[in-house]
Design a protein around this ligand. Structure first.
Ligand code: ATP
Ligand code: ATP
Ligand code: MG
Ligand code: MG
Length: 291
């Protein structure tokens, strides 16, 4: 490699390697999507096309990066989760975040016209995303992170559904609706929807109430009633750093064979994780029989 007198500038680079054996969550969020959604006339409170486009872009990111074991999306955000075993980019934070953000944005823009055929993208309203990486030291805390995002989805969606029903169906002004909703709890909002508009919130679409969870599909397993906990912190799988290169490559190949599915289900309770043990364990399951 050429060695010049300018090489010393390399020493200014700060190391940003994320702690070993921790879950890495890269969360990305659309920049200024409030304005962007107005400009392209997203339906309120939930534009299905926009959510499907987010999910399609996220599915491509999952396919591109087999080290990702699960992703969760709501509104203009997506959380991508790397298993503690992952050694991608030597776990360098900036590399992981920028790769996810740019791959996601590239697909979001590439796929835009399939979801919004009559609203072509035009500057200055071009979609872009920010991102950050956060590490979590245990699968319990990783699950609490995922639960936090899904609870957030529920709270926001109940508020937005009630607000927009009051505005669009109840012909209220934005300020009046906002004023009336101030200080209300969930049951108040459910009651406004049901008593005034005959809407049972439970019957709203799952994608709006639960958000979207993406993972690799293998045969579902029967949850073992005897198992106290889904995660088994006492027997961690061999860190991939200790696995040989060829073992790591083999796992990557196996993961690429699995289909990435998009689900709208509860990820707070144990059941989701118990039936899909490969997500937490970082292993691969049995591929479903092709029909
Ligand atoms: P920032 O750049 O700080 O993230 P933002 O304008 O993107 O600002 P967020 O808090 O991220 O604000 O909220 C995203 C906004 O995008 C929502 O409040 C909503 O107005 C809009 N939005 C995103 N997805 C949809 C969708 N599927 N349907 C309708 N509106 C959406
Ligand atoms: P990584 O994903 O790790 O960044 P990389 O393949 O992108 O890997 P870089 O170290 O970023 O590798 O180097 C970029 C390479 O891309 C250069 O070595 C060169 O081969 C090629 N390249 C970039 N720009 C040009 C260009 N304008 N013309 C020809 N080749 C280019
Ligand atoms: Mg945003
Ligand atoms: Mg957001």
């Amino acid at each position: 490699m050429a060695n010049s007198k300018f090489e010393y500038v390399k020493d200014f680079e700060q190391p940003d390697v994320l702690l070993p054996n921790t879950w890495i969550v890269v969360r990305i969020d659309g920049r200024g999507f409030h304005k962007l959604s107005d400009h392209y006339a997203f339906e309120k409170p939930n534009d299905r096309r926009a959510l499907d486009l987010m999910n399609a872009a996220a599915a491509e990111v999952m396919k591109d990066l087999p080290d990702l074991c699960i992703a969760y999306g709501v509104s203009d955000e997506f959380s991508f989760v790397f298993h503690p075993n992952s050694q991608l980019f030597e776990r360098r934070s900036a590399k992981l975040v920028t790769t996810i953000v740019s791959t996601f944005t590239a697909y979001y823009i590439y796929l835009w016209s399939s979801y919004f055929p009559s609203s072509p993208l035009k500057p200055p309203y071009l979609p872009s995303f920010d991102g950050r990486a956060v590490i979590y030291p245990s699968s319990r805390i990783l699950r609490d992170y995922m639960s936090w995002r899904q609870v957030d989805c529920h709270i926001n969606n109940l508020y937005n559904t009630t607000f927009w029903t009051m505005v669009l169906q109840g012909k209220m002004s934005n300020t009046d609706a906002e004023q009336e909703l101030k200080g209300t709890v969930s049951s108040d909002k459910n009651e406004i929807l049901f008593k005034r508009f005959g809407i049972n919130y439970n019957n709203e679409e799952e994608i709006y109430k639960k958000g979207s969870v993406l993972y690799r599909q293998y045969e579902l397993q029967d949850p073992k009633p005897s198992s106290v906990s889904v995660e088994d912190e006492t027997s961690p799988s061999i860190p991939e750093a200790q696995q040989s290169r060829s073992q790591q490559d083999r796992m990557k190949k196996l993961r690429r064979k699995a289909k990435v599915v998009i689900d709208h289900v509860d990820i707070i309770k144990d059941e989701f994780w118990a039936r899909r043990p490969w997500i937490i364990s970082g292993s691969v399951g049995k591929l479903p029989v092709q029909s």
